[in-house]
Design a protein around this ligand. Structure first.
Ligand code: PGA
Length: 253
């Protein structure tokens, strides 16, 4: 794992955007795995800037999103589909036919999950996966569990996740209880992974990800087994890591 500790959210987002831009520059046909939530918004806004200023080209890029709520229509403002178009896709030149997000309203959710995994495989797998992390160390919507769920699957969301995500809804009750999520194996098959985290409330999850035992109770800990992971965190999210965090630094683990 490579751990990059940045001064703040802005620096974290800029650094992540440079790595994604580098990937696309070297391989315009990259398959990107993308995430939703507050964390990657700065990254996406930086990518839009790079697209506008130096013409970073997404015309051949393919994207797969990590997850989607079940039972929320794609045009609903709370859907992850809506989020991705609003925060990134509407402002870059990615082709809509190259954008894949699980359909949380599919009549047959089991078939939708199989279809999603098959699509990822048929595109040659994910070149670069972006991850946020939950306060409970979930990645995608792989919640703490007794085992790692391998493939794309239906998930019952943890109460902690529902509470955390209620800030985007009118009430806790309005947050969907189920979602479709890429599985751990699907994520681990990505050639490169960038995990982003900012803020004090992520510090414990980041500590467990890097230094905790590898356990499905802290799903992100599986990343210790991946050969090309970069974790970019701001100082607050790094606050429980054993190092002198007074300066930006790169720590190799
Ligand atoms: P956040 O969510 O970026 O909104 O904190 C991250 C996650 O739950 O994976």
């Amino acid at each position: 794992m490579r751990i990059i500790i940045t001064e703040d959210y802005k620096a974290m987002s800029t650094m992540a955007a440079r790595l994604v831009a580098g990937q696309l520059y070297l391989k315009p046909k990259s398959v990107l795995g993308l995430a939703t939530g507050s964390t990657p918004i700065g990254l996406y806004h930086n990518l839009i800037d790079i697209h506008r200023t130096i013409g970073l080209d997404f015309s051949e890029a393919i994207s797969f999103n990590l997850d989607e709520y079940i039972g929320i229509n794609r045009n609903d403002v709370h859907s992850y589909h809506y989020f991705m178009y609003e925060n990134l896709f509407n402002s870059i030149n990615i082709k809509p036919e190259n954008v894949f997000i699980p359909n949380g309203c599919a009549a047959d959710l089991e078939a939708e999950c199989r279809h999603y995994d098959n699509l990822i495989t048929s595109m040659g797998g994910i070149d670069l996966q972006i991850l946020g992390i939950g306060n409970n160390a979930h990645i995608g919507f792989n919640e703490p569990d007794v085992k790692f769920e391998a493939t794309t699957h239906k998930v019952k969301l943890d109460n902690e996740t529902i509470a955390a995500n209620s800030r985007f809804f009118s009430s806790v009750e309005a947050v969907p209880k189920y979602a479709i999520s890429m599985g751990i194996r699907t994520i681990m098959l990505a050639k490169k992974i960038i995990l982003l985290a900012n803020g004090k409330n992520k510090a414990e999850a980041i500590y467990k990800t890097i230094y905790g035992g590898i356990t499905p109770k802290a799903p992100a800990s599986i990343l210790q087994l991946h050969q090309d992971v970069v974790i970019i965190v701001d100082r607050e999210a790094a606050s429980l890591l054993p190092h002198d965090s007074t300066h930006n630094c790169i720590l190799s683990v």
